[in-house]
Design a protein around this ligand. Sequence first.
Ligand SMILES: NC(=O)c1ccc[n+]([C@@H]2O[C@H](COP(=O)([O-])OP(=O)(O)OC[C@H]3O[C@@H](n4cnc5c(N)ncnc54)[C@H](OP(=O)(O)O)[C@@H]3O)[C@@H](O)[C@H]2O)c1
Length: 327
Amino acid sequence: MADDKRSCRICVTGAGGFVASWVVKLLLSRGYLVHGTVRDLGEEKTAHLKKLEGASDGLLLFKADLLDPASLRHAIAGCDGVLHLASPVPWDTDYVANPQIDLLEPAVNGTLNVLEACSEAKVKKVVYVSSTSAVMFNPNLPKSKVLDEDCWSDEEYCRSFEGWYCISKTAAERKVFEYGAREGLHVTTICPSLIFGPMLQPKMNASNKALFLILTGDYENKENIIRAFVDVRDVAEAVLLAYEKSEALERYICASYIMRLSDLVAKLKILYPGYNYPKSFIENGDDLKMNSEKLKKLGWNSRPFEETLSDTVKCFEECGITKREMV
Ligand SMILES: NC(=O)c1ccc[n+]([C@@H]2O[C@H](COP(=O)([O-])OP(=O)(O)OC[C@H]3O[C@@H](n4cnc5c(N)ncnc54)[C@H](OP(=O)(O)O)[C@@H]3O)[C@@H](O)[C@H]2O)c1
């Protein structure tokens, strides 16, 4: 294990989640000491973290909730940096029972609680994981525009289609920059697109579920949506890069590939022909252009999409995930 970072302590919020588990793994492999926050210290939520190489002497787990400032203060005390990933990610973005309680309060007030705990602990830098959901939903952006870090989703517009998750990420990310400027805290944000990849945690997560349903949904027809994708391991690298590069104090889009659903299915069929893919596609005329040039200038690279797809499907197969678990 690299021991150059042994004196550097980093807190990762929501450590047991899909993306954060890979962030913890990466930090441990680089020799950082990690404080991971989880809501539940039980084995089901933490065994995969305790099994990571270097965890026995490099990982401390703390029970913390985003709406419990004292628990956050306890976890963040003594840390040099905080990588803030905890945020509710709805299993079904089309239906959120109580948006204010289920999503907005933990995402926005919770993020403020994290930032306040960071100030109190004199943390040197905070990386907040936002989303391209906070970038791309704005009716005032010209359709032909290549979206960049100056683009922000319009919260009122998101409200019109009940895009509560988009609102939660946009509002929280804005608070991060406002707070950083006001309180003199070094902050940076990473905005990943839809994330696929092998899972370290034992249960399916919301974004991989989208891929699982493409493989197994057996749809007669599907809207031919266009989306940007990125590998979970490349997101973890981006988060750490944003932490380590002292010049990274802004916003970075983290998206590797843009593709229509029909093209994604064509790629998957070559790798894994035996699944129940959608049979036909309904064109919707949508377009999406964005890139991660700014992140690449920091030194970020991403792996081939085929590697992401095959590693993710292999993981589904090895975990024995069934369609019944998806409802
Ligand atoms: N996956 C994607 O496609 C994608 C794309 C862009 C951005 N992101 C962002 O990446 C981050 C991680 O997402 P993910 O895909 O890894 O989702 P995930 O597996 O659902 O992880 C979310 C984490 O947040 C924690 N959390 C939720 N509410 C909390 C609260 N009130 N207090 C403390 N912890 C709380 C969850 O803890 P429990 O395990 O206890 O529920 C979980 O560990 C999120 O900020 C998400 O918005 C994800």
